[in-house]
Design a protein around this ligand. Structure first.
Ligand SMILES: C[S@@+](CC[C@H](N)C(=O)[O-])C[C@H]1O[C@@H](n2cnc3c(N)ncnc32)[C@H](O)[C@@H]1O
Length: 294
């Protein structure tokens, strides 16, 4: 196909490539050959609905106005999610991670647990985290849990903030959780205020290094898969720096950090892998062991 040939509604191959680069440069989201069809169809739909005749018109508008840029970005985001998406992860969180942090932080004052849900989509993930903390006996009353939930998509954050859900997304919520943490409202089930108070929703682009303070836990599930290898590495290193020693990183099932330049301990539990940042003493011991072996 020649570079000037139009393949989407009014967009040439060259313009599509410019659009891809613009999105990747600003967000890290990479549309490689396996996602080209999805990308082209969404751009085509966008051009049609926004009445742009040619790809260059859209590019010009996006470079001039952030609103135009975000309008296309929203169309390109994959925001599939659900409550307790990987039940094994939440089981490991409840049975292994929370008790460990309980012991580690028992004497700290104030007893605060800081959790970041990075790429939270429409909110099911941070609400699942909040429910797990709230339902775990040892944490529920004596701890102050602060959950920061961020996403680049404004529309999904608006949904997350309202906290109203229906249908398949609630499949893994038990009857008991539904009765305890939700109220029936027109349009579905709304998360009760008590859980909503635990979460701060904020728009944040993971491709820009924004300081969020130290975190005990970071959930970044099914986000890295959309990034290039280079961006993935940069983000995982940032997560490592952000975590408290002894803190955990939770990734999606198909995401691995085995070849990354950071020294997480990989802990295999049930059907999931948890990544733990070693404490200073543990890191020192492992260096000594390695040196001893050399
Ligand atoms: C497939 S969803 C995952 C939602 C949830 N973490 C889960 O596993 O169910 C991926 C989310 O990552 C967000 N995302 C993609 N690129 C991002 C970026 N550069 N900064 C922040 N969020 C991003 C998308 O908007 C989307 O909501």
């Amino acid at each position: 196909m020649s570079p000037g040939q139009q393949i989407a509604h009014g967009a040439t191959e060259h313009e599509l490539s410019e659009l891809r680069m613009l999105i990747e440069e600003r967000t890290g989201i990479c549309f490689d050959a396996s996602r080209a069809r999805f990308f082209n169809l969404r751009v085509e739909q966008h051009l049609r609905e926004k009445h742009f005749e040619r790809g260059t018109d859209l590019l010009r508008a996006m470079r001039k106005s952030n609103l135009e840029y975000e309008a296309l970005l929203e169309r390109l985001l994959t925001q599939e999610t659900s409550f307790f998406r990987y039940p094994g992860v939440y089981e490991a969180f409840e049975k292994r991670v929370l008790p460990e942090l309980h012991v580690k932080k028992f004497w700290t004052n104030p007893r605060t647990l800081r959790i970041w849900s990075a790429g939270c989509s429409t909110g099911e993930e941070p609400y699942s985290i909040a429910m797990t903390v709230s339902d775990s006996g040892s944490f529920a009353d004596s701890w102050n849990a602060e959950i920061l939930a961020t996403d680049v998509g404004r529309l999904s954050l608006k949904h997350a903030h309202q906290g109203v859900y229906t249908g398949r997304s609630l499949n893994n919520v038990s009857e008991k959780q539904l009765a305890t943490h939700f109220s029936a409202v027109p349009g579905g089930q709304q998360v009760k205020q008590r859980l909503r108070n635990m979460i701060t929703f904020t728009q944040m682009n993971l491709a820009s290094a924004v300081y969020v303070g130290r975190m005990d836990l970071i959930f970044c599930m099914n986000v890295l898969i959309y990034f290039s290898e280079e961006r993935r590495r940069a983000l995982v290193s940032r997560f490592y720096e952000t975590l408290e020693p002894g803190g955990y990183l939770f990734l999606g099932h198909s995401e691995s950090i085995s070849k990354m330049p950071v020294k997480f301990q990989a802990i295999v539990l049930n059907d999931c892998i948890l990544y733990r940042k070693p404490t200073a003493e543990e890191a020192q011991e492992s260096v000594l062991v390695q040196e001893g072996r050399a």
